[in-house]
Design a binder for this molecule. Structure first.
Ligand code: ADP
Ligand code: ASP
Ligand code: MG
Length: 403
């Protein structure tokens, strides 16, 4: 008998009808496998809870936010267990603290350190289906934690690791990992096999189908993932080691993220320590800097430093820079907060010259201006105006033969 962890996302348990459907999938799987289920909150619920906390305060206490946001999974995990019991299955729900799933105390984006396994192992060895609430854990000071948005993917990977399951199945509302987000390009195609590295880039650069931390953990611990549809029988996407993927295309997928902002600090003195003086206070305030560009004047005395951040961090970032004005001694700051980052990802790029110019030409043909560029071995990202996102994704999807 195989031991499986099956994770159902919010989109798969978004209605009572869907929960009943999922219960039937689990019933079928449980006939010949030991099953541990990980479930997310019903779709939209976590956002609604977050919106409520925002009405109290934009700086709502992180520990209380975790108690609030984790409650969505308590609802879905009891409904699913109840639906299984109703089908005559022996099932039981477990919240993070009951297992327990021990995390560090990095509230709102905690890391899982350990999962106690004996009680659940005993239950599933006696034909029970264990239903675990995803996205949540408990810190060493006995307070509820959550794993960052989309974090039930990480719960599933951690369960696969600690329970040494034979397989980790991520059920969602699309057929698998696609060449791009189908909600922006109907020509998106399913990818049969993708490497951890490429999936990590896709996820980090905006492909919501997998949470980046979950992919990173599966890569470190070599836990193959199978992303598939909860609504069809089709085989989905295998996320596996690079050595097992046969690259036929230069570009595997295209990702995008909206809500980017760009800040340019114009006319700072070009000397050692300036960049550190700019970025240190920003980093200390937990604001992530993404792209950075510096250009120096011809006489080498002054520089302009441009960087990108998330739109919601713009106000705070500007006030941090302004506070530092005397030290930085710049001429002015310019900003733009309606930008998107479009990325092409593919391990096949490493062996193929000319990908960069092909990308830029494709965007130029659509009259899309590139505002910043960043690259790594397996990806090229460009910053463009947000309202051109769909046009850019569609053009690149076609250019790189993914249609
Ligand atoms: P779940 O509720 O199952 O966790 P998510 O909403 O988190 O599902 O992720 C699935 C969604 O991710 C899809 O509906 C799709 O719109 C979006 N998505 C973005 N990029 C991709 C991609 N490359 N492949 C598949 N889905 C993607
Ligand atoms: N419910 C959580 C969220 O919306 C976790 C998840 O869906 O994976 O972020
Ligand atoms: Mg998700």
């Amino acid at each position: 008998m195989k031991r499986l962890v099956v994770k159902f996302g919010g989109s798969s348990v978004g209605t009572i009808e869907k929960i009943k459907k999922v219960a039937n999938i689990i019933k079928r799987l449980s006939e010949s496998n030991e099953i541990i289920v990980v479930v997310s909150a019903m779709s939209g619920v976590t956002n609604e809870l977050k919106a409520k906390s925002d009405l109290i305060s934009k700086n709502f206490d992180n520990k209380e936010l975790d108690v609030l946001l984790s409650s969505g999974e308590q609802v879905s995990c009891s409904l699913l267990s109840g639906a299984l019991i109703d089908l005559g299955i022996k099932a039981r729900s477990w919240l993070g603290w009951q297992i327990p799933i021990i995390t560090n105390d990095n509230y709102t984006s905690s890391q899982i350190m350990k999962i106690k396994t004996d009680e659940i192992l005993n239950f599933i060895s006696k034909k029970g289906v264990a239903v675990i609430a995803g996205f949540q854990g408990i810190s060493q000071e006995s307070r509820i934690t959550t794993l960052g948005r989309g974090g039930s993917d990480l719960s599933a990977v951690a369960v696969a690791k600690f329970f040494q399951t034979d397989s980790c199945e991520i059920y969602t509302d699309v057929d698998g990992v696609l060449t791009t987000d189908p909600s922006i390009n109907e020509k998106a195609k399913k990818i049969d096999k993708i490497s951890y590295e490429e999936m990590l880039e896709m996820a980090s650069l905006g492909a919501k189908v997998m949470q980046p931390n979950a992919v990173q953990t599966s890569m470190i611990d070599n836990i193959p993932l199978h992303v598939r549809s909860a609504f069809s029988e089709k085989s989905g996407t295998q996320i596996i080691p690079e050595s097992e993927v046969d690259y036929k295309k230069v570009v595997t997928g295209i990702a995008y993220s909206k809500g980017n902002a760009k800040v340019s600090i114009v006319g700072v003195v070009d000397k050692p320590g300036v960049a550190a003086d700019i970025f240190e206070p920003i980093g200390k305030n937990n604001i992530n800097i993404d792209m950075v560009i510096q250009n120096t004047s011809l006489d080498g005395k002054k520089a302009n430093i441009t960087f990108t951040i998330k739109r919601e961090d713009l106000k705070k970032t500007l006030s941090l820079i302004e506070k530092n004005k005397q030290k930085l001694n710049y001429n002015k700051i310019t900003q733009d907060d309606k930008l998107a980052k479009i990325s092409i990802i593919g391990a096949g790029m490493q062996a193929n010259a000319g990908v960069t110019h092909k990308m830029f030409r494709s965007l130029a043909d659509e009259k899309i201006n590139i505002l910043a560029i960043s690259t790594s071995e397996i990806k090229i990202s460009v910053l463009i105006r947000e309202n051109l996102t769909q046009k850019a994704v569609k053009a690149l999807h076609k250019t790189f033969g993914l249609n």
